[in-house]
Design a protein. Structure first.
Length: 374
């Protein structure tokens, strides 16, 4: 088959990362072809939180930067994207966790991210559905939530004529071109790989590992929760080096439903519900929100997060192919860091100085160990 429309950049992947990259590139004057295989990936399966995470300085820098970029555009998004600037309430289950809250507040403050410590009484006042006896918490008002699949679709549409969405499955990469499974060949001098775990099948190296997660959603109820609720132990669960873990995370969606997470299972690649893990996750949620015992859960599902070895995204040119750029490995922070990641990639492609130091995320680090062993 023939060559498709000539573009400046081909982006493989139409989830939140690929859509953000295409949108940012289009804003900078590039003509972009986006390969969309129409599979529901991590973007469709996840919670859609915009949360400033600070488990290491690089994660904090990227999430804070990206959240600033999100706040510049959320007012332009249609109502269907379900943006809510609800903030996050980090909860201390026990008194000793208030030290974690204070450390988190101090780290956020270093990057100008507002946060305030709340006493047990203040927690009870702002979120009366939470169980009695919590030690306190930390409120981060600049966080929010959105519905990521429609946000990704809006980003692609907002790019206008500069973005051409090509429906098909990428089957092979060539220098300056992408082969599709149906035989079509798309050509462009630059290719951006932003398709999550599917990137492993397009590269000779396995760069990404799956972290399976479960989610559950309730029926619709009158509004009862104002903030996104997360336990302060979430970070330890999210960044565990192996095994299975659960942590409390609940969002009140604009529909009146409660979205309940979260769990992590390393290198589990099936989509089946793991009932013991799901039960542990729901039990943990009920520990913080006892009223869940009287609420109906109408659907449960799983998704696969794509994680790099060190937990930070891979953002930058492939060390062996100057035409190939990677935007991969965002794990559970893809929605939060999408606009920031896209801005870094676009600056790199245009040989411009990025707004934040991109050194911790450069893709070449994932190949360093292999190079040393040759």
């Amino acid at each position: 088959m023939g060559v498709g429309r000539k573009a400046d950049v081909i982006v493989i992947g139409a989830g939140i990362i690929g859509a953000a990259c295409a949108w940012r590139l289009a804003r900078e004057g590039y003509r972009v072809s986006v390969v969309d295989d129409r599979r529901a990936g991590a973007t469709a399966a996840g919670m859609g939180h915009l949360v400033c995470m600070d488990d290491n300085p690089a994660e904090l820098a990227l999430s804070a930067y990206s959240l600033r970029l999100w706040r510049e555009v959320t007012g332009c998004m249609p109502q269907a994207c379900a943006w809510r600037g609800c903030g996050t309430l980090w909860l201390a289950d026990k008194v000793d966790e208030m030290a974690i809250a204070e450390q988190k507040r101090a780290r956020l403050a270093e990057l100008g991210v507002a946060a305030e410590l709340l006493t047990a009484e203040q927690i009870a006042a702002v979120e009366p559905m939470l169980r009695h006896g919590l030690a306190g918490g930390l409120r981060v008002p600049g966080d929010g939530i959105l519905y990521a699949p429609l946000a990704a679709r809006w980003l692609l549409a907002d790019g206008g004529a500069a973005i051409d969405v090509v429906h098909g499955e990428a089957s092979a990469l060539e220098e300056g071109a992408v082969r599709l499974a149906d035989g079509r060949r798309l050509a462009a001098p630059i290719v951006v790989l932003a398709c999550g775990l599917r990137a492993n099948s397009l590269l000779p190296q396995t760069l990404l590992h799956a972290k399976k997660g479960h989610l559950a959603i309730t029926d619709r109820y009158p509004p009862r929760v104002r903030h996104q609720l997360v336990e302060l132990g979430y970070g330890a669960s999210a960044h565990a080096s192996g095994g299975t873990s659960v942590a409390f995370n609940v969002q009140a969606r604009p529909t009146g439903q409660w979205l309940i997470g979260s769990s992590r299972q390393f290198d589990a690649v099936d989509s089946a519900l793991d009932m013991p893990v799901l039960a542990a996750m729901l039990t943990r949620a009920q520990h913080f929100l006892p009223v869940l015992a009287q609420m109906n859960i109408i659907r449960c599902w799983t998704g696969l997060r794509a994680a790099s070895v060190d937990g930070l995204p891979l953002l930058g040119v492939h060390p062996r192919h100057s035409w190939l750029w990677l935007a991969l490995g965002h794990e559970g922070l893809g929605v939060t860091t999408a606009l920031g990641s896209a801005a870094l990639i676009t600056a790199q492609i245009g040989r411009q100085t990025p707004e934040i130091d991109d050194t911790p995320y450069l893709a070449a680090r994932a190949f360093a160990a292999e190079e040393l062993s040759v």
